[in-house]
Ligand binder design. Structure first.
Ligand code: DQA
Length: 146
């Protein structure tokens, strides 16, 4: 069975309580449940992690080769700052899909730049929880095309 590594970046464990006007009331558990349901229907297996630590995310990506077939990532604040996560995705050479709950382009200027987007296959943002489900669908599509 094909395996996809799902990575939630910093502060996403606080979803549901955090800036609900921007991110809504959805929790990370609800997102993960819906991702698992879709994975089951599509016959792929998921490993899901959340980390507030850049180095931990870099390590997870760096050791993904051979274990996973694709990466679905919401790098959260590291989207805008992390050359290390970008380089890890480049280095590991697995298809990666970048997702965001909010539309990063309609928010503060500093969120308009994603350091991850150039090394991702594509980016989906602005659809809340649906961004993740669309992202998973895209990642599965990439497996089929592999
Ligand atoms: C986010 C957008 C980022 O700018 C922000 O730092 C986050 C969440 C999103 O999912 O909309 O933590 O990645």
């Amino acid at each position: 069975m094909r395996k996809i590594l799902v990575i939630h970046g910093p502060n996403l464990n606080l979803l549901g309580k955090r800036e609900v006007d921007i991110y809504g009331k959805v929790t990370i558990e609800e997102i993960n449940e819906d991702l698992k349901k879709m994975a089951k229907v599509k016959n792929v297996s998921l490993e899901i992690i959340q980390s507030d630590h850049e180095g931990e995310i870099v390590k997870a990506i760096g050791s993904a080769k051979g274990k996973y077939d694709a990466i679905l990532i919401n790098p959260a604040a590291y989207t805008h700052t992390s050359v290390a996560i970008r380089d890890a995705i480049s280095a590991v050479d697995l298809p990666a899909v970048e997702v965001h709950l909010s539309n990063i382009y309609s928010r503060e200027e500093f969120r308009h730049t994603s350091l991850i987007a150039p090394v991702a296959k594509g980016q989906i943002c602005g659809f809340g929880k649906e961004s993740y489900l669309l992202g998973l669908q895209a990642a599965i599509g990439l497996l089929k095309n592999a």
